[in-house]
Design a protein around this ligand. Structure first.
Ligand SMILES: NC(=O)CC[C@H](N)C(=O)O
Length: 358
């Protein structure tokens, strides 16, 4: 195992060992406090451009599931076709693994996908630094070749364009009761599964595709990586779709941000984001609290919602926006992940609500 150093933009250094693919890498360093779910998180396209720190100390002990593809073209156990995070940072990597569904070690998977993994890092200390300072750019450098260190850029990069599908893909064609256009900003496969199992035909389109001429019953806007301000083409298309006030619209995560922008609201960057399986959100107008899976660094500014809109969910930890709804039209969205994968499935009913509206 080669020695590596994680260098943060504020100069902090963390020394560890490489257990993944051996290449220096740079990106936005973020932390996730979930206790499990590394196969799903690594393949979540929303992590593009980021170095994923896990605070749960033991990582790798349940291995990695097989990369099998279903007849509908979706990966059975992964959230996309490949790893999207730039690297994974852990405290104590377990090479030995045991799980009914594991076919290889995390190390072998990372090497095959050419993604670095580093272990021996005090990830709780690193998280404290990120919580104090806010997320930072960082790089992983091999100690025996310190001159080889790529520059990190994240702000302003259109990661959605890098991960979105390049052409229209249809699922359940001719078989679903209703048709939904899914704007793919970097969609997780479990979102598509959640729609398909509710008897819906899904027309998955590239993020900047103008679907407004197509025939469909509802519009879904997916999760996705990076800064929502880089996705103006998607916002313009949503605005056009809103000319039909009866068209049901549902958005998740980046989808919440883009729908909010289409409705005239503003987005800001959170200090260190929400990435975990236990984010409590309250449904506005009720005393109901749901525990949710989250992965986001930006948020909708509640104060900038225009008069036709209201918050649908509020984060119980920091009061930030966790979803919006239109006061008259069937338009709503969630900042968290009702499809989970991984994490609690308590809010999956939002898909039922959407399908009922179609
Ligand atoms: N999971 C997502 O869709 C994340 C949205 C956006 N990239 C953010 O970090 O806030």
């Amino acid at each position: 195992m080669r020695n590596v150093t994680l260098i943060l933009d504020d100069g902090s250094r963390f020394h560890g060992k490489s257990f993944g693919y051996e290449k220096p890498v740079a990106g936005e360093v973020v932390f996730n406090t979930a206790m499990s779910g590394y196969p799903e998180s690594l393949t979540d396209p929303s992590y593009a451009g980021q170095l994923m720190t896990l605070t749960y100390p033991l990582v790798g002990n349940y291995g990695v599931p097989p990369f099998t593809i279903e007849s509908n073209g979706l990966a059975t156990f992964m959230e996309s076709e490949r790893i999207h995070a730039e690297a994974i940072i852990v405290s104590d990597y377990s090479e030995d693994f045991s799980h009914w569904n594991a076919v290889e070690s995390l190390s072998d998977w990372l090497k095959r996908e050419q993604v670095p993994g580093i272990t021996g890092i005090d990830t709780r200390e690193l998280t404290k630094v990120l919580r104090e300072h806010g997320v930072m750019m960082g790089k992983i450098v091999f100690d025996d070749e310190p001159e080889n260190a790529p520059e990190a850029i994240y702000a302003g990069v259109n990661y959605v364009d890098k991960v979105s599908c390049k052409e229209v893909i249809r699922y359940n064609e001719g078989a679903g009761k209703k048709k939904v256009v899914l704007v793919d900003c970097g969609v997780k496969t479990n979102i598509i599964r959640c729609l398909l199992k509710r008897d819906v035909e899904v027309i998955r389109v590239p993020w900047d595709y103008d679907y407004n001429g197509l025939e469909f019953d509802g519009l879904f806007i997916s999760n996705g990586p990076g800064d929502p301000d880089t996705c103006d083409a998607a916002v313009q298309n949503i605005r056009k779709a809103m000319e039909n006030e009866k068209l049901p619209i549902f958005g998740i995560c980046m989808g919440n941000q883009l729908l909010s922008k289409a409705g005239g609201a503003k987005i800001y960057k959170l200090k260190y984001g929400h990435r975990s399986h236990n984010q409590p959100v309250r449904m506005v107008g009720t005393e109901r609290c749901f525990i949710t899976s989250q992965n986001h660094g930006y948020a909708v500014d509640n104060n900038t919602l225009t008069e036709d809109w209201e918050p649908l969910f509020i984060n119980m930890n920091d009061g930030s926006n966790e979803g919006i709804r239109h006061k008259k039209n069937p338009w709503f969205s969630a900042q968290f992940h009702p499809e989970a994968a991984s994490g609690p499935t308590d809010t999956e009913f939002l898909f039922d609500e959407f399908v009922k509206l179609l």
